[in-house]
Design a protein around this ligand. Sequence first.
Ligand code: AFD
Ligand code: MN
Ligand code: MN
Length: 439
Amino acid sequence: MVLTKNIMSTKFEISDDFIAEQNKKCEEFLAEDFEYLAKKLKRKNIEIEKIVGKAQNFQVAVPSWGVGTGGTRFARFPGVGEPRGVYEKLEDCATINKLVRSTSAVSLHIPWDKPESVDELNSFAKSKGLKFDAMNSNTFQDQLGQKHSYKFGSLSHADQDTRRQAIEHNIECIEIGRQIGSQALTVWVGDGSNFAGQTNFRRALENYLESMREIYAAIPADWRMFIEHKFYEPAFYSSVINDWGTSYICARELGEKAFCLVDLGHHAPNVNIEQIVSRLIQFEKLGGFHFNDSKYGDDDLDAGSIKPFQLFLIFNELVDAELGGLPDFNPSYMLDQSHNVTDPIESLATSAVEIVRAFVQAHLVDREKLTEAQRKGDAITALAILKEAFTTDVSAILAVARERGGGAIDPVAVYRASGYRAEKAKERPAQIGISAGII
Ligand code: AFD
Ligand code: MN
Ligand code: MN
């Protein structure tokens, strides 16, 4: 459901003054920790202010669908005060950004977030200090009244009319995106098969590519197209865009505006994701990320909650490329999580902090020493260099960066103290059939 005009009326917000007031509680301890860390880093010739600046400039986008409770294929346990439409989702996204000041962009999913009025959406987002990141199309689900079903696929479907419908939907996403200042389209398809022999692998990929060529032709010159791979689910025997190899080949086939998107949950267990990232960087096809964490599959758990060292190692590759001045290196960062047992605002705020943490820690790696250790074949020293950066507690840097931007020293504590969720529960009475269901 799309809320119109009345959304503009006064709704509860966490004010800047409230955040500043709450910050006073921990300013003294933060100053102590920061001073200590500054001295510690100085010993290694690292200027703490430079790192604070890096943290302040880092941005990770929030997915509109992440602010609702996700659910599993068994059940969804709705949270109180859940957003009921795109405007309320934006309200929650703005709240996350107020707390952490590093999530000023939101990634929309169409048709879940299809606005009735683009102008109204734009001015609302602007009033909340938000902009729009990549657009996401949805051809993994049938919509009410839809002519052709995606039960057996979309862009790769054996039937031409179904493919056409999926192509047109993606082009519509680009159209909406153009009007709201987005500059990317992320295409993830659930296409695949559940039985050996159900589809012809080659023909399905041919169909997909043929469809994607048409969508690619509609991508504006200053846009990028992201191809998101996933090895299984909803298809359990084969997925059409199953891995980074297939994604890379498709991106190359399509052209220079097409890139690969790495969702951390979309790989088989134990796969070396940081190496995949490195490969995509090397061949200039790394488009961006969907950050989350997982133990078994596409669990969509909070970023850095299960394998923080892996997250650090991914950022180690990214920072290595950034510092190496690789041409056109500009990956787009986004969270893609599903929250079942937490308040989504708390989870997304915490994840955003963890992403900046990994980024900052990767900036502490002594790259000269690392290169020297690699040259000598000194594996113990090489790992020790990485571990030294990874085990440095950079919390004070992150907190100072947030506070200087007007955000919270302790985002979750401030959020809880504000009573935001209880206020939203009053403003947003529970509603049957909230669209952003199981992700
Ligand atoms: C999927 C994919 C993809 C998709 C999202 C939405 O990660 O990013 O857009 O969930 O449901 O698993
Ligand atoms: Mn994803
Ligand atoms: Mn996923």
